[in-house]
Design a protein around this ligand. Sequence first.
Ligand code: GCO
Ligand code: MG
Length: 413
Amino acid sequence: MDPITIRSVRPIVTAPEGRPLVVVRVDTSEPELYGFGCATFTQRALTVAHAVSTYLAPWAQGRNVDDIEDIWQGAMASTFWRNGPILNAALSGLDMALWDIKGKRAGMPCYQLWGGKSREAAAVYRHADGSTLDEVVDNVARFVEEGYRFIRCQWGGYGGMAGNSSAEEGVKFLNPNVHPPCGALPGEYFDPHAYRRRVPELLARIREEFGTTIELLHDVHERLQPADAIRLAKDVEPFDLFFLEDLFPPEQVEWLSIVRQQSTVPLAISELFTHPLEWMPLITNRLIDFIRIHISQIGGVTPALKVAHLCELYGIRTAWQDPKDVSPLGHMANLHIEIHAHNFGIHEWGGWGDHSPMVFRGLPEVRDGYMYPNTSPGWGMEIDEEAAAAFPATAQTLPSPVIRLPDGTAVWP
Ligand code: GCO
Ligand code: MG
């Protein structure tokens, strides 16, 4: 019997909620057999789409759809320089689509292909934010009311912007407590010290209002200098966080070993990682408690399964990065790994929005704080390409304004 081969690999770029998402569709030599994968890298979506069409599609044409591992290894090697965010995202789209196809051929959801379920659903965490403490409390209360028990709390966005401005507004924003020099360039200004002092105040208020009935998370988003980061890890201990995220940028993770000696706060890092050399030392030295990888950024489900299983050996749990710049298809792939892997931690979920359900059909169901996969073969999702075309993506590079220190120094977002 002739093998089933890849006939076409095609990017679908769409922005139903305003953030560019990239999906890859793989059609095969079997007329009705096709699959979808998430290749989302919001800040460079159109470049990823170009990499898919120009390089990955012709390279993959004619290859046996069964050979997921060999195709992943060969595609990674085909660029010589490897593990960059653009090409990893492109490969993720192809990889996830091939798993979708394998599930369809086997007549089972992908999590069954890997050994079945460890749980029926994945607990999710929601994002509560606000420019005042009362606003944060109100948003936490709303999520508690809706049945969520894991809630990430931020006060004024990442870095504690007093006005809680959103980077997407792209406006010149000055935190009232910040006094930049004359002639300072436009951007989103924040005061790292003020931010670091406000976090314990935020968490104390949430614990005062809700006690220990909910699990709290907080994302530092790499906004502090190392000494301040270590200080924060100690200051938040009394509030019993589920995890503290991105205490350091990828370039400074060597400081984690110091934090581990001084604080018991559970740590989550790796949404910005693209290369195995970044996560390996953190896992094998047990410097983190949760792996936060953005799966399309490392090349898809094939490497993510390997990372999940490695983390299990070191007592580290998964918390794949799942914000609004992961497509609902990417959420479904993350969810299948979470249903399967024994060392699941938590699923991040910012809501589907009003338009995504028009584009992504077969969305996982969320109820009472849990996300449930469907039981259809593969990922069990369809992409309505006509609807997708109604939400064209522009070449937006989020965050639009530069993030700046009080003196105007640009910092990583
Ligand atoms: C998170 C992340 C996101 C990133 C976003 C960048 O924890 O979900 O920090 O909020 O800022 O993915 O595009
Ligand atoms: Mg984060």
